[in-house]
Design a binder for this molecule. Sequence first.
Ligand SMILES: Cc1cc2nc3c(=O)[nH]c(=O)nc-3n(C[C@H](O)[C@H](O)[C@H](O)COP(=O)(O)OP(=O)(O)OC[C@H]3O[C@@H](n4cnc5c(N)ncnc54)[C@H](O)[C@@H]3O)c2cc1C
Length: 530
Amino acid sequence: MQSEIKNNISDITFIGSGISSSFTILHFLDSIEGQTNADRQICITIIDKYNEFHTGIPYGSRSGFSVHLITSLKNFLPEPELGKFVHWLNNNKNWLLEELKNDGGALAVDWLNIHADKIAKNDWEDLFIPRRFFGCYIDEKVKNKVQEFQKQGVVSVKYIQGEVSDIEKVEDKYELFLESDTSVLSHKVVLSVGSLPVNHLWKKEDLIAENNLLFVNAPYKPELKETLRKIEDFTDQLPEKKINVLIIGANASGLEMLYKLNDVDSIKARVNKFVFLSTQGLLPDSVVDEELKKEYTPYNLQALATEKSLTAQIIADATYKDLDHADEMNLGAASTVEIISRAFGSLLGSLNEEELKKFACLHGNEIGRRQRCAGFHYSKTIDALKQEGRFDHIAGRFSDIKKNDVGEYLLEYLDTTSQKNVMYDDTVHLVINCIGSTNLNKSDIPDLLKNVINKGYARPNDSKIGFEVNESLETSKNLHIVGPLLAGNVFEGKAVWHLEHCGRIIWLSEVLSERFKEYFFKENELNQRS
Ligand SMILES: Cc1cc2nc3c(=O)[nH]c(=O)nc-3n(C[C@H](O)[C@H](O)[C@H](O)COP(=O)(O)OP(=O)(O)OC[C@H]3O[C@@H](n4cnc5c(N)ncnc54)[C@H](O)[C@@H]3O)c2cc1C
């Protein structure tokens, strides 16, 4: 009996199976290649609440085949993974492109036609490819690697579908409780749950359907395709009128929703106009102005190059001034993001650890908010709507949705300029919340995170979107984090804040896999279990 219990204890359990856990598993298995131990295997358990593993929300079926990366492929994926992926893409493009055609509509066909030449020549790096292509690659790669190591008897891997809602320390292990009333015992636990979930803007449900109103709080839940189907059904229920669509949040997801609503013919035909609501009233930028860019210099940041006593605040202030200067020149983020990031990045090396942490927690993401870019394919959909007079952008914050006397709905918002509550002068029928994630100070965070905080197993840092960890990426002994919840920390002398970035995910998943190797192996021998 005792040995049966011991055998059922996992060595490492990943809660969440997106690219953060996938890269950690890949790096870990690579690092233990050839290090076999006749006595026992390393038992890995992978848990995800969704019925799909290895891809997470953006690169799997929750997003689908016809939504794209927010950057070009070369800016998404660093070498050596980029070269490996491109090689795989060349060998798999025929079926992938078929999937894109099947999933997408007119805009997907448009993308294929525009880039037909580059695709034929396998010239992928400048393209904003459908991000599911990467999901298919990573899924195949993890499955193959796991199978190979299982065959050699080095590891055993178990998959569980279910939501983990709580963790409890039991002696030197953790017990993980799933919502299905089952539990898993594990020596090491990795919280690889991705970014914090979206902040619900109106009522508590993910989707609220009323007469004349459909309010979508979580567009990728359960899947984008399902949300689009519900939107189609909603428009079918209002055959006598064309609808007005309100998208709250002018970021990558906001643009993606607008793109997909214009890609599905049956929805597009039913829309009168699209309205964006965002605090600044600005859209992510997509076109580089090569001429004006030559005239731009981040001189406030450059002036700090010889400064002896720099602080996070001084660097951030200079960055904002250089961003203001770009605004005055009418030069967008697509033209300045590299220049400005390089300029403040080169100064960060002069900060001590405490100041680096302040930059990671308080300034990195704030600066990032002013550097938002988008693919041209997404932004040109807006240009076309503007030409047809079917696009409006309000600068303000969402306050409420109110029903009028005839049962139609109106938007109330806090106007950015006047700082007064105002009613938008037209009715809205479909509202999509793309406002972004909640933060760890709020009460609406998932139970799992609430519980690890309340039990003192993990402490949020000042970024409010990440946890304090040590150099083994632990919040407490044997409870690790990988992925976006590492925001606001300093690793290997580098401040990190935007951990959604694939290159940073790859880097830190390798750091974590090295710690695992040190923990499980001593001079190439697998340690015995406690
Ligand atoms: C819609 C969308 C589009 C994006 N597009 C891009 C892009 O184009 N380029 C880019 O660089 N970045 C993009 N990102 C950023 C993205 O967060 C990262 O690239 C990356 O996906 C993070 O991977 P992850 O594994 O940490 O998280 P995720 O991909 O979010 O995976 C986490 C997994 O954990 C599971 N999970 C969560 N809680 C629990 C629980 N309690 N129990 C069990 N399972 C749980 C979830 O179901 C999910 O599968 C996008 C993000 C989103 C949401």
